[in-house]
Design a protein around this ligand. Structure first.
Ligand SMILES: NC(=O)c1ccc[n+]([C@@H]2O[C@H](COP(=O)([O-])OP(=O)(O)OC[C@H]3O[C@@H](n4cnc5c(N)ncnc54)[C@H](O)[C@@H]3O)[C@@H](O)[C@H]2O)c1
Length: 315
C-alpha cells in the first residue's frame, strides 16, 4: 500500500482525511502541521498510527524529511479564511502560496508520486451562471481566493514541467465534526450550530440569501481517496469537490431551529468584502473522472454534525 502524508492533518478536514486513510487500511499516516489553527486532540483516537511532525510547511528541510518514503501527499495546510486574508494578508499569502510551493518542491525532491491539493471554490468568484463548472474563468474576489488559485496553477505546472502527478480538488464549504467554532473566522455552520445549542442569536452577514453548496466532510474525504487512486490521466487537472446543492444561510438557520424546536431570529450584519454571493458545484467531472459522487445530503450531514457538537461541546 502507498505511504501517505497529510499537511494540515491536525485541522478539521486533514484529521478526517487521516481517519479515512487509516480506515482504508493504511498502517501509518505522516502528518505535518504547525498547529496554527489545528489541534493535536483532533487526532486523539488515531494518534498511535500517526507520525506527527509539528512543522511549518514553509520549512523546506522539515517537510522534505517528513516526506521520506511517502508516495502520496494530501496538501491541506493553509490559512483558510477569506476575511482573515483581507484583515491580515501577509501571513496568508506566505503560507498559502510560498508554503504550497515548498510542499511541491519537497515532494518532487523526495520522489513522491502524487500530490492532491485542497483548492477552493472561492477561486470562481461571482459567476453569472450556476452551477459552477471547472471550465469557467476564475475570478477571485479576495486574497485567499487568489492564493488558492495560485496553488492550483502551481499544481498543474509541477505536473507539466516536473513530472509530479497533481490533482486539485476545489472544496465547496465543507462542514462536519471537528470544525473549529471558536474563531471569528470559523465556518458558518460551526458558528450556527454552537449558537443554536447555546440558544444564542447568530449574526448573519448580508441578507441571509447568500447561498452555499455545503459539503459534508466525509464526502470530501471520499473524493480525496478516489483522487489518490485515479489514473494518471487525471493529473494536472482541477475538479469540483462539492455536493451539487445550494442552500441559503436563512434556510440553514431555519433547519437548525426546526431540529431543535426553537425560534431564534438572527441578527443581520453588513455584507463582508470578499464574500461570494452564490455557490454551487457542477459535480459531473469529479463523478466521471474520479468516480465519486456525494453520498450525504445536506440535511443528514447537518443532523450528524449537530449531534457531534452536542456530544462534545460544553454548553
Ligand atoms: N473548510 C472549508 O470549507 C474549505 C473550503 C475550501 C478549501 N478549504 C481548504 O481545505 C484545507 C483545510 O481547511 P480546514 O477547513 O480543515 O482548516 P483548518 O484550519 O482546520 O486546517 C488547516 C490546518 O493547516 C495547519 N496550518 C496552517 N498553517 C500552517 C503552516 N504554515 N504549516 C503547517 N501547518 C499549517 C493548521 O494548523 C490546521 O491544522 C485548507 O487548505 C483550506 O484552504 C477548506
Amino acid at each position: 500500500m502507498d505511504h501517505f502524508l497529510v499537511t494540515g492533518g491536525a485541522g478539521f478536514i486533514g484529521s478526517a482525511l487521516v481517519r479515512g486513510l487509516l480506515a482504508k487500511g493504511a498502517d501509518r499516516v505522516v502528518v505535518v502541521d504547525s498547529l496554527l489553527t489545528g489541534y493535536e486532540r483532533n487526532l486523539d483516537e488515531v494518534r498511535g498510527a500517526v507520525d506527527f511532525h509539528r512543522a511549518d510547511i514553509r520549512d523546506y528541510d522539515a517537510v522534505r524529511r517528513a516526506m521520506e518514503g511517502v508516495n502520496v501527499v494530501f496538501h491541506e495546510a493553509a490559512i483558510p479564511s477569506v476575511p482573515r486574508s483581507i484583515n491580515d494578508p501577509i501571513p496568508s499569502h506566505d503560507v498559502n502560496i510560498n508554503g504550497t510551493f515548498n510542499v511541491l518542491r519537497a515532494a518532487k525532491d523526495a520522489g513522491v508520486r502524487r500530490v492532491i491539493y485542497a483548492a477552493s471554490s472561492s477561486a470562481y468568484g461571482d459567476t453569472l451562471v450556476l452551477p459552477k463548472v471547472e471550465t469557467m474563468r476564475a475570478l477571485p474576489k479576495s486574497p485567499y481566493a487568489a492564493q488558492k488559485l495560485m496553488g492550483e496553477y502551481y499544481m498543474s505546472v509541477w505536473a507539466s514541467c516536473f513530472g509530479l502527478e497533481t490533482i486539485s480538488l476545489r472544496y465547496f464549504n465543507v462542514f462536519g465534526p471537528r470544525q473549529d467554532p471558536t474563531s471569528q473566522y470559523s465556518g458558518v455552520l460551526s458558528l450556527f450550530i454552537t449558537a443554536i445549542l447555546n440558544r444564542r442569536t447568530p449574526t448573519i452577514f448580508g441578507d441571509g440569501e447568500t447561498s452555499r453548496d455545503f459539503t459534508y466532510v466525509e464526502d470530501v474525504v471520499g473524493l480525496n481517496l478516489r483522487a489518490a487512486e485515479a489514473p494518471a490521466t487525471a493529473s494536472g487537472k482541477v475538479f469540483n469537490a462539492g455536493n451539487g446543492g445550494r442552500i441559503t444561510l436563512n434556510e440553514a438557520w431555519a433547519l437548525l431551529q426546526k431540529f431543535e424546536g426553537v425560534s431564534i431570529p438572527p441578527i443581520y450584519g453588513p455584507t463582508r468584502p470578499g464574500d461570494v454571493r452564490d455557490s454551487q458545484a457542477d459535480t459531473t467531472a469529479a463523478v466521471r473522472e474520479l468516480g465519486h459522487s456525494p453520498q450525504v445530503s445536506f440535511e443528514d450531514g447537518l443532523r450528524k454534525t449537530l449531534e457531534w457538537y452536542r456530544a462534545t461541546t460544553k454548553l
